[in-house]
Design a protein around this ligand. Structure first.
Ligand code: ZN
Ligand code: FE
Length: 258
């Protein structure tokens, strides 16, 4: 099977839309187009046309380009069936466990609510890639706008079950700020310190820090590290269960200004 090519398209201030295609076929998707213009420009540089728009959730910075791109290319909009009413121009609603095919590449759908009620992920298992929108970020996770800590923990747990080599394609370049917060909870985590060095030098050159891999996230993302003794001590919750640890880590991040 030819390699699935996945390219970031920077939109707005810090959003990534993801262009997804392979060289042998005509199907081509854009994941979470915040706006149409940067996507249009990239497509014309590459000589590509999109056939599908994939949305992880309804927020405007993920669907803002839907109508314009759909009209221009006749692309089909694929998004969370449970949130169809809030996805502009949706044609195909997908649900937990269903499979979406882009040419010969298949994505399994996970429902991962809490940032929004209808948030989904697209997991291209054979391509070792998952699109996580605003649920799992590099060294971070999304705010809990429409769900509680147990719901988000269960969503993150579905993603943590993926192979460590899975690349995590998220919706924003938030990595450096996320890492600064992570270091307040695990200042002695050697993997985290090393990763932050790489992230800072990438950002100094305005390079993307995404994708990472699930293996890296398990070693450095505080929201996946509820088993870390250092993190538990920092939160003052050595005996708590995973959901409580996660909830407290998320609550403190909402207040973090560093
Ligand atoms: Zn969002
Ligand atoms: Fe967003």
């Amino acid at each position: 099977m030819p390699e699935l090519i996945i390219e970031p398209v920077l939109c707005l201030k810090d959003n990534y839309a993801w262009l997804v295609y392979d060289r042998s076929q005509t199907e081509c998707a854009i994941v979470d187009p915040s706006e149409a213009e940067p996507v249009r420009r990239r497509l014309s540089e590459r000589g590509l046309k999109i056939t599908h728009i994939l949305n992880t959730h309804h927020h405007l910075d993920h669907v803002g380009g839907n109508f314009a791109l759909k009209e221009e290319f006749g692309a089909l909009v694929v998004g969370p069936g449970k949130d169809a009413a809030r996805i502009p121009g949706i044609d195909i609603g997908v649900h937990e466990g269903e499979v979406f095919d882009l040419g010969t590449h298949s994505a399994r759908i996970f429902e991962i609510p809490a940032h929004t009620r209808g948030h989904i992920a697209f997991w291209f298992a054979d391509d070792y890639a998952v699109f996580t929108g605003d649920t799992l970020f590099a060294m971070g996770c999304g705010r809990l706008f429409e769900g509680d800590p147990p719901t988000m923990w269960s969503s993150l747990s579905k993603l943590m079950a993926l192979p460590d080599a899975t690349r995590i394609y998220c919706g924003h370049e938030y990595t450096e700020a996320n890492g600064r917060y992570a270091l307040t909870l695990e200042p002695n985590n050697a993997d985290l310190i090393a990763r932050m060095g790489e992230v800072r030098s990438a950002r100094a050159q305005l390079k993307p820090t995404v994708p990472s891999t699930m293996g890296e996230e398990k070693k450095t993302n505080p929201f996946l590290r509820t088993r870390s003794a250092e993190l538990r001590r920092a939160l003052g919750l050595e005996q708590a269960d995973d959901v409580e640890i996660f909830g407290e880590a998320r609550r403190r991040k909402d207040l973090f200004t560093g």
